[in-house]
Design a protein around this ligand. Structure first.
Ligand code: ADP
Length: 687
């Protein structure tokens, strides 16, 4: 559960980091914006003050020049200022002082315009319609007058006319005026203008533009009275700065600073486009945002790589944990003891089954030497040398060892018989430890011992039984011989004197004795099976069948039987005499229990079935009812009376004993009236 939260932590940290980063950029940009606008306002206001001063100087110069000129005229009433060299020199010096910005001219009383010096008695132009001329005729406006900017009729250039009246009695001159050439003023103010799109303007107190740099839009001479800029800002105070969104005049937003001159009815304004002011802010913001974007992308990429790696790690860890869990479950559930040791033989892990078997439930055997812990002694208590221990040997040579009937020692000191397998654990071809898997074989040993005891008992009782049968049958024949010889003697000696009945009785007694003798012989035969003095040999069943047929040759000929066998019959480990007898009994029965209506046919064949041969002796005789399939293999068990078929019923019992002695089985299958098949198995001899 802690692992996914590690990833959440990374995501959370990254998110917080990015939030802080972008928050900082937002705040920085916002404060920078406002700081820039504030500092721009201050700069703009300083600039406006400078422009105010320059404007003041310009108009002061113009006014001074006019007053000085009028003064000269008043002082020289007899001289014509148009031609007087001293006046011309004065005007030249005044123009020079203004660096050519001011052009001083005379206007006659009837409106004719003259240069100084005058070159012709005729005026250059008639300016009686100009406002600066008309203003001097009206007592209300007579005096120092700043006219509307106009295009000179003589030079064709824009200028601001500034005029004063000349009251020299008798003189021809009515007024003098100064034309301030806009181009030249523009040159002075251009240097001051905020770049690239700022503007400097001079306006009359009525809102008329006298001058603007940059020029354009035919704004000169136009009035802005009535616009929001004028009504709400400029006309409301003598100085200030305001923001104009420009929508009223269709221009971009501007910051405008203005001052009303105290000495003249003039305003100066300096405007800067907000966009221009914000250029550095925009550049810095852009740089910062770019860096932040790159940082964001890099950190997102780095985080996603990290997250992926963490996820991969988690999956790997989960798989490892699952593998550990599975391994632990397997080790815990295993019924066998499983114990791991390192290269030095110290226990590295031990499963619950091993702990249980060795009585180590409470103690912690990890780290202790495995051999010393539970394998220190032989069953007789003598020390078990470490070098002889199969686990130690496996640690030495890396070979897997399977050892039966070792003795481990329980912590209480009781021996624990075990079968064990020690397998090496290798790492790059070197043995780094071993795993010992063992199981407690105490129960199995007990069962084996019980079985061995029972087998021994059985063998003894079998031997006793056979001994008994042998002795009994051997010893029984002696009195039997006595009975039959005395019955024969009785017949020979008194046969003539005896009645027929007595003769019959004697014959019955002799028959009975003869039959009893046969039964005893058969019993003797039966008990001898498996007691041949000959050792086991490789017997070719084909040979055994052939020998049996040779022994039965007379019967085969007599019955007209056909006996066939597989060309390839197996070779088995056994006793030749007994195997010949086996086939002789089975083939003999096939001839004996033949169907009177057909010639007997007998076949002997064999096939492989797993680890056994299955041999079949089949005939076309009278067959056997399935109810008797088991019974016929019993001693003296017969299905027919002797008058019908001769015999004692020992043949199949002997066959069964021979087969079972060889580790096989015998059984019959039959279709009554069509024939029988006797099958028996024999183990395939190891190659
Ligand atoms: P016996 O032949 O001396 O009677 P066996 O032990 O050989 O004794 O046979 C037991 C009985 O099994 C026989 O009495 C017979 O009824 C039956 N039997 C054995 N072989 C055959 C066979 N090939 N076909 C039919 N019946 C058989």
């Amino acid at each position: 559960m802690t692992r996914p939260s590690n990833r959440r932590l990374v995501v959370g940290l990254l998110g917080t980091l990015l939030l802080v980063l972008w928050g900082f950029i937002g705040y920085w940009s916002w404060s920078q914006y406002h700081r820039l606008l504030a500092s721009s306002t201050v700069l703009l206001e300083q600039l406006t003050s400078a422009v105010e001063e320059q404007t003041l100087r310009l108009f002061k110069q113009a006014e001074t020049s006019l007053i000085v000129s009028r003064h000269w005229m008043a002082g020289h009433p007899t001289e014509d200022p148009g031609t007087a060299p001293t006046f011309t020199a004065l005007v030249d010096s005044l123009r020079g002082a203004s660096e050519g910005m001011l052009d001083i001219r005379m206007v006659g009383r009837n409106g004719g315009l003259f240069y100084i010096p005058k070159r012709s008695p005729k005026p250059l132009a008639d300016v009686s319609d100009r406002d600066y001329y008309k203003a001097q005729l009206t007592p209300a406006t007579r005096g120092f007058f700043i006219g509307n900017p106009l295009v000179s009729r003589v030079t064709g250039k824009w200028g601001i006319p500034v005029s004063i009246p000349v009251d020299v009695a008798g003189g021809d001159v009515g007024i003098v005026f100064v034309a301030m050439e806009l181009d030249r003023i523009a040159k002075t103010f251009e240097a001051e203008r905020p770049k690239p799109d700022g503007a400097i303007s001079i306006m009359r107190a009525d809102g008329t533009f006298l001058f603007r740099v940059p020029a354009g839009n035919n704004i000169i001479g136009q009035s802005i009275a009535g616009t929001p800029s004028w009504d709400q800002n400029i006309s409301q105070s003598s100085r200030g700065t305001y923001y104009s969104d420009g929508t009223a005049v269709g221009t971009p937003p501007k910051l405008v600073s203005f001052i009303r001159l105290k000495e003249y009815p003039l305003y100066v304004t300096v405007a800067a486009e907000v966009d221009d002011l914000l250029i550095p802010w925009r550049r810095e913001t852009f740089t910062l945002v770019s860096i932040a974007v790159v940082m964001t992308l890099l950190s997102v990429v780095a985080a996603s790589i990290l997250l992926r790696a963490m996820k991969g790690g988690e999956i790997a860890q989960r798989e490892t944990e699952r593998a550990h869990r599975d391994a632990k479950l397997i080790l815990d559930a295993a019924g066998d003891g499983i114990c791991g040791v390192d290269a030095s033989g110290a226990v590295t892990f031990i499963n619950p089954a091993a702990r249980r078997m060795l009585g180590l439930m409470a103690a912690d055997p990890v780290g202790r030497n495995f051999h010393l812990l539970c394998h220190h002694s032989h069953p007789d208590g003598s020390p078990y040398a470490g070098a002889d221990c199969p686990v130690t040997q496996t640690l030495t040579d890396g070979q897997t060892r399977e050892v039966h009937q070792e003795t481990f020692w329980h912590s209480t000191g009781r021996p624990v018989p075990v079968d064990l397998v020690a397998s090496a654990v290798t790492d790059e071809d070197s043995v780094v430890g071993a795993v010992v898997v063992f199981h407690d074989i105490a129960e199995r040993i007990k069962a084996e011992q019980r079985l061995a005891r029972q087998a021994a008992e059985l063998a003894r009782s079998n031997a006793d039984l056979e001994q008994f049968a042998y002795i009994a049958s051997h010893d029984l024949r002696e009195p039997l011989r006595q009975v039959s010889s005395y019955v024969s003697l009785l017949e020979r000696r008194y046969g003539e004197q005896l009645e027929q009945d007595a003769k019959d009785f004697i014959a019955f007694a002799r028959d009975g004795a003869a039959r009893m003798n046969q039964l005893v012989i058969d019993l003797l035969d039966f008990s001898r099976v498996g007691h041949s003095a000959q050792p086991l040999e490789q017997v070719a069943l084909g040979r055994a069948v052939d020998d049996a047929c040779a022994n039965l040759a007379a019967r085969i000929t007599e019955t007209g039987a056909r006996v066939v066998r597989d060309d390839e019959l197996p070779v088995v480990a056994g006793n030749t005499g007994e195997l010949v007898r086996l086939f002789q009994n089975l083939i003999g029965n096939a001839l004996k229990y033949r169907d009177p209506d057909r010639d007997p046919e007998v076949s002997v064949s064999a096939r492989r079935d797993g680890t056994n041969w299955v041999v079949t002796v089949a005939d076309n005789g009278i067959g056997i009812d399935s109810a008797y399939f088991d019974k016929i293999f019993g001693i003296f068990q017969r299905l027919h009376t002797r008058d019908k078929f001769d015999g004692t019923g020992i043949g199949l019992a002997i066959c069964k004993k021979i087969i079972e002695q060889m580790g096989g089985n015998i059984w019959v299958e039959s279709d009554p009236g069509r024939g029988s098949s006797f099958h028996f198995t024999l183990p395939i001899a190891p190659a």
